[in-house]
Design a protein around this ligand. Structure first.
Ligand SMILES: [Cu+2]
Length: 183
């Protein structure tokens, strides 16, 4: 009897220990997100053309001339909700970064799907559209307005596709809110 009772106590403690262990493992998984090397995910965020009057309205989220940098791990999918808040038409495309902006940006984005429709004519005030693409090649790129003259006037920011980054980020941190979704 005494031996059996001791075994029962032992089993009970083993059960408690396993339970605590499971809770700790679950909490750790929630805290750090997917394990390193996990499948790429989707980074979703908003870019508003002419959000503020900064730089004559030639800005995205209030930032112009590369003042905002979005960094994403290579291979991630990006879903960008584009909105135009300004009186002029604007658009958005991802191009290779160049220190000098062309007067008429190229009509083909660097990643397939990384451009809004009517790139050169632009979208009117109040327009909303979503673009989706895979950032499948590391490097430094730019978000540019495709309406001729706008990127040259300052309407461009940076996109870094990083082989080192594990999670997406934005500088400054208040420039947009990046949501991470399962792909
Ligand atoms: Cu524009």
């Amino acid at each position: 009897m005494r031996i059996r009772a001791a075994k029962d106590v032992h089993r009970r403690w083993l059960g408690v220990a396993l339970g605590v262990g499971l809770v700790l493992v679950s909490a750790a998984a929630l805290a750090v997100g997917p394990a390193p090397g996990a499948a790429p995910q989707t980074a979703k965020f908003v870019i508003v053309a002419a959000k503020t009057p900064a730089d004559g309205g030639y800005n995205f989220n209030g930032y112009s001339r590369g003042a905002m940098t979005v960094t994403v791990p290579v291979g991630w999918h990006l879903t960008i909700e584009f909105q135009n808040n300004g009186p002029l038409t604007h658009s958005l495309e991802v191009l290779p970064y160049t220190p000098t902006q062309p007067g008429a940006p190229p009509a083909t984005p660097v990643f397939s799907g990384a451009a809004t429709k009517n790139l050169q004519a632009g979208l009117p005030k109040g327009a909303k559209t979503t673009i989706s693409f895979t950032a499948d090649k590391p490097g430094t790129y730019e978000f540019a307005c495709g309406v001729p003259g706008h990127a040259a006037a300052g309407m461009w920011d940076k996109l870094v596709v990083s082989a080192k980054a594990k999670q997406p980020s934005v500088t400054p941190a208040s420039a947009t809110k990046i949501t991470t979704l399962a792909r």
